[in-house]
Design a binder for this molecule. Structure first.
Ligand SMILES: Nc1ncnc2c1ncn2[C@@H]1O[C@H](COP(=O)(O)OP(=O)(O)OP(=O)(O)O)[C@@H](O)[C@H]1O
Ligand SMILES: [Mg+2]
Length: 134
């Protein structure tokens, strides 16, 4: 449970430090549940500039360069296509060999990844559940 945007950022920072290079992070949660706030934490956990982080909705995928490598932030929710096509997009993003691929999408792809679910509990409370898929 997070009780402030700062706490959500800290969860992102901590996870970013634990993840091996090449990890895929899938973020799921309704509008305003804290996904973008969390990605700011991920980028600052890697020594990058969190103020660069915006919603990738209309841009496809945004690369953030950090001292520890590139965080590629993509949004597959609002893209047209079947899940199979979206998995192809995801694989194409991986071909760019980001240090970390962060994808906003409600589905875990059929390969190893970390899934992070955000739930708006009202006020400043957000549930954050992290699931590792081997
Ligand atoms: N505990 C919390 N964790 C994260 N954000 C919080 C928290 N409490 C309040 N907020 C507020 O909730 C909002 C979360 O917005 P954010 O842009 O991160 O959501 P999002 O999941 O990315 O939404 P969208 O799907 O529209 O992009 C911010 O305005 C933030 O200040
Ligand atoms: Mg967002």
């Amino acid at each position: 449970m997070s009780r402030s945007p700062k706490e959500t950022e800290e969860v992102g920072m901590k996870l970013a430090r634990e993840l091996p290079k090449g990890s895929v992070l899938i973020l799921e949660g309704e509008m305003g549940s804290g996904k973008t706030v969390f990605v700011r934490g991920v980028v600052s956990g890697m020594g990058g500039d969190p103020s660069e982080v915006v919603s990738p909705t209309y841009l496809g995928a945004i690369p953030y360069e950090t001292p520890l490598g590139c965080v590629l932030h993509a949004d597959l929710y609002r893209r047209q296509g079947f899940p199979e096509e979206k998995v192809k997009w995801l694989e194409a993003f991986l071909e760019e060999e980001p240090t970390l691929l962060v994808v906003e999408w409600g589905k875990a792809p059929p390969f190893p990844c970390w899934e992070v679910h955000f739930t708006d509990k009202g006020g400043m409370e957000r549930g954050i559940k992290i699931i590792r898929h081997e």
